[in-house]
Design a binder for this molecule. Structure first.
Ligand code: S3P
Length: 442
């Protein structure tokens, strides 16, 4: 059952909005609170389906956890207090849930099965199984001839602790890094991870704040040792910068548009897209206001003013904007010149093959966009026209194409709009309000 949503061109876009709590921080806050000692009250937790999958799975591991909207109260059971689940843990659509909990099951030596929806069952898991197996975990997945391993993942019970060791990641992935660091909490000896580029560092910041023996070494690698965790008694999750990006993009693209967002997470490993917008000549102001969950937090103001200019996005920048590439491609359709995105092959193994689904969706709306093996080339500016587009089971594709639809000429039909609930429940209602509750009738 796929929801068809009709989107009319926007006549305006203005106002301010509260953002859902950051998805990455929300997953980590729940997991670290569960593994910690004592009670932790988490406010502004993401209400998206992905974070709910993590909460559900932790409850199935015997963690007392109460969830009421965006507030969670977690009674930590400590590293030795988890119980084996009595049924497979359903990670839904959430790669973060599956990969982070793989580190937990492996570290704790718990038997169990991690499973997910059709899309998650197609995502590569060898990248976590290999390092966890090298530490001593016994995990089976579905092995496909090409050598990749997919969920469901079956973990065998183990009495002996994992052995700490050095890991050199082939891809910059915060999910893989975090799975290893979490497993390292139970391991004997030191567990070290180095990555080709720095991925989002919420885990390092939050683990260190919870008292883990964690160090960033001179060569950039992260080392962790067996530790006891204690989360603060309360924690407020800052707003998700990846959700903010959709509203900022709409404000930049819609004539006369403007937006003001408060309490946005401004962790430098998450806001590469703001640097790209600056290069594109966009009118965006960022004001740092305070710290939360170990991150800088602040206000973003953006407005439609003047023309956007094409830019080049290279491999080194990708980890800091990995989730914003479909949306940056939407902006590039309206920028003067040719925008190139390179070194983004990882997008092919996200919730959908995002290089393919972005190119297909935008082409259906009249954009001049070409797919490369590891990136996209977009020529602009091109007037967009309404058409039929598909979310392809991917929340970020649903929301990126909805933003494109707001500046298209004529009506767009979006198939699978409900996928937005994975990270941004209420996205379409909010968009309608910011458009003036007028013609973009959702
Ligand atoms: C995430 C890491 C990124 C990102 C995902 C969330 C995280 O994935 O795309 O939305 O919370 O660690 P990778 O680590 O696989 O790049």
């Amino acid at each position: 059952m796929s929801e068809l949503l009709r989107i009319q061109p926007a006549l305006g876009f203005a106002g301010s909005a509260a953002l859902p709590g950051d998805k990455s921080i929300s997953h980590r806050a729940l997991i670290l609170a569960a593994l910690g000692e004592g009670r932790c009250r988490i406010e502004n937790l993401s209400t998206g389906d992905d974070v709910r999958a993590t909460a559900r799975s932790l409850a199935a591991l015997g963690v007392p956890l109460e969830l009421d909207g965006s507030i969670a109260v977690v009674d930590g059971v400590g590293l030795r207090g988890l119980s084996p689940p009595t049924a497979p843990l359903d990670c839904g659509n959430s790669g973060t849930t599956m990969r982070l909990l793989a580190g937990v099951l492996a570290g704790a030596g718990l038997p169990g099965i991690l499973d997910g929806d059709e899309s998650l069952r197609r995502r590569p898991m060898r990248r976590i199984l290999e390092p966890l197996r090298a530490m001593g975990a016994v995990i089976e997945g579905r092995t496909i001839p090409a050598g990749e391993v997919f969920a469901p993942l079956r973990f065998a019970a183990r009495e002996t602790p994992l052995a700490g060791r050095d890991h050199r990641l082939q891809v910059a992935s915060a999910q893989v890094k975090t799975a290893i660091l979490l497993a390292g909490l139970w391991a004997k000896g030191i567990t070290r991870v180095s990555e080709p580029q720095r991925s989002r560092d919420h885990s390092e910041r939050m683990l260190a704040a919870a008292g883990a023996e964690l160090r960033r070494m001179a060569d950039g690698s992260i080392a962790v040792e067996g530790s006891t965790l204690r989360m603060p008694s309360s924690l407020r999750v800052p707003g998700d910068p990846s959700s903010a990006a959709f509203l900022v993009a709409a404000a930049l693209l819609i004539p006369g548009g403007s937006i003001e967002l408060a309490e946005v997470d401004l962790n430098p490993t998450r806001i590469g897209w703001l640097a790209v917008l600056e290069r594109m000549g966009a009118d965006v102001q960022v004001l740092h206001t305070h710290e939360a969950a170990g991150d800088p937090v602040g206000r973003i103001r953006a407005g439609n003013k003047g023309a956007l200019i094409a830019t080049e996005i290279e491999a080194e920048e990708i980890p800091s904007l990995v989730d914003e590439i479909p949306l940056l491609a939407v902006l590039a359709t309206q920028a003067h010149g040719q925008t190139t995105i390179r070194g983004a092959g990882e997008l092919r193994v996200k919730e959908s093959d995002r290089l393919a689904t972005t190119a297909e969706g935008l082409r259906r709306l009249g954009a001049a966009i070409e797919e490369r093996p590891d990136g996209l080339i977009v020529d602009g500016p091109t007037p967009l026209r309404g058409g039929l587009v598909r979310a392809a089971g991917d929340h970020r594709i649903a929301m990126s194409l909805a933003v494109a639809a707001l500046i298209a000429d004529g009506e767009t039909t979006l198939e699978g709009a409900e996928w937005a609930d994975v990270s941004f429940p209420g996205f379409f209602t909010l968009l309608a309000r910011l458009c003036g509750d007028g013609p973009p009738a959702f």
